[in-house]
Ligand binder design. Structure first.
Ligand code: NAD
Length: 378
């Protein structure tokens, strides 16, 4: 194996997602022949407890002000995982500091913020990608290959989404994800929308019109002090769209579902595309398999396939073992660092800035549809 290039990584926002990066870097040797070895060198977080967690893990540079991390010569790449109201400010600061970064979705609290971040990148050399790990599941990758194969024929319908039930308990204390001022007017569209949008947009399925049903189910929650406060973001969203595809003359129906209250679902990411001659579906609810559809001798046949632990970037893990969420994150970061070195080849790349801005355009149109109760053209 050729020598790995050491890349120094700083994390801004060491909460739920920031800690995942710390842990996965500890598993980096699971990857075979990767050109890069990331090393976490710095953490920036306003929370003392979070910084202490990273200090205990041996991370020596620790800042309460993210600007100090961006000024550090010990940081080549930044992972930015902070609440949505901070994306615009911190992403643009990272761009102006000349840092490469992987930014968490939704990449700006709304379309205007995402467009400002995109505009700040014009003429700059920063290598910037957007976090979206679930399409890296082997079954999702197989589904993407099947959709690209042409086996589907004329597309009849596409569905994708992310369903969980983190908010099903009305007694759960409120946090930033349930408040507009932090999470944005678009609510769950921003929080979970990129999960639904990533594969369809990568396949070139372009929403042209959208009708949205946005639902705010739990309107009040207690805060940590026991006070009753407004829980004013949308919990659930269903978008019914018409979509264009270069391979189809007819626009086809496409449905994106994003739900924080989906009884029965823990963290279900799904994608399905069905056409006149073939189809494919994958869901993390049953992650060891994916299904393909075909017409055989006049019969309609769904086949179940177990892809095994066959990842985009090869790993030490035996192919018969199960693949899970941390493995998908590892694959996403493997793709980020390999692409940054120009060594990704034809492997699936992380979500791009134009893709996430396109997702925001759909969400902005969905908001308009919700307000006017009409189908809105993009
Ligand atoms: N890709 C995924 O699957 C996935 C999953 C969950 C969340 N996310 C995204 O990750 C981002 C963070 O979400 P989370 O769940 O990790 O949230 P979190 O609340 O667990 O963590 C956010 C962290 O940011 C810190 N922070 C707040 N203000 C800061 C500032 N000014 N400077 C530095 N740090 C600051 C907080 O103290 C906290 O530790 C969001 O954009 C969210 O949409 C992505």
């Amino acid at each position: 194996m050729s020598a790995q290039k050491k890349v120094k990584v700083g994390i801004i926002g060491g909460g739920l997602m920031g800690r995942e990066l710390l842990a996965l870097v500890g598993r980096w040797d699971a990857l075979l022949d990767h050109p890069v070895r990331p090393v976490i060198t710095a953490i920036a977080d306003t929370s003392d407890a979070v910084r202490e967690f990273f200090t205990n893990a041996g991370i020596s540079e620790s800042y309460s002000d993210y600007k100090e991390l961006l000024a550090s010569p010990n940081v080549d790449v930044v992972y930015i995982a902070v609440p949505h109201n901070l994306h615009e400010e911190i992403y643009i600061a990272a761009i102006n500091a000349g840092k490469d970064f992987l930014g968490e979705k939704p990449f700006g609290i709304d379309l205007a913020a995402a467009e400002k971040i995109e505009a700040a990148l014009v003429g700059k050399k920063n290598f910037v990608r957007v976090s979206s790990e679930l399409p890296f599941f082997p079954g999702a990758q197989a589904a993407i290959r099947e959709a690209r194969s042409g086996n589907l024929g004329e597309i009849v319908e596409v569905r994708s989404g992310l369903l969980h039930s983190s908010d099903i308990d009305r007694k759960k204390k409120i946090n930033w994800k349930r408040q507009r001022k932090f999470c944005g007017d678009i609510g769950v569209l921003g929080d979970l929308g990129m999960h639904a949008a990533h594969i369809p947009l990568r396949l070139g399925y372009k929403p042209t019109k959208v009708f949205a049903i946005l639902d705010d189910i739990v309107t009040n929650r207690e805060n940590a002090a026991g006070e009753n406060v407004a829980c004013d973001t949308f919990d659930n969203a269903v978008l019914a769209m018409r979509a264009a595809n270069p391979g189809n003359s007819r626009e086809f129906p496409m449905f994106w579902e994003m739900k924080r209250i989906a009884p029965g679902e823990s963290n279900t990411f799904f994608f399905s595309a069905i056409g006149m001659t073939g189809g494919v579906r994958f869901s993390t609810k049953n992650p060891a398999v994916y299904h393909t559809f075909a017409l055989r001798n006049g019969e309609q046949v769904w086949s179940e396939i177990q892809p095994g632990h066959v990842s985009n970037w090869p790993v030490i893990t035996g192919h018969i073992f199960e693949f899970g969420f941390p493995d998908a994150l590892l694959q996403m970061w493997a793709a980020y660092f390999a692409e940054r070195e120009g060594k990704l080849g034809d492997k699936f790349a992380c979500a791009s800035v134009p893709e996430v801005v396109d997702s925001h355009r759909t969400f902005a149109a969905a908001m308009k549809s919700h307000e006017t109760h009409t189908e809105v053209a993009l």
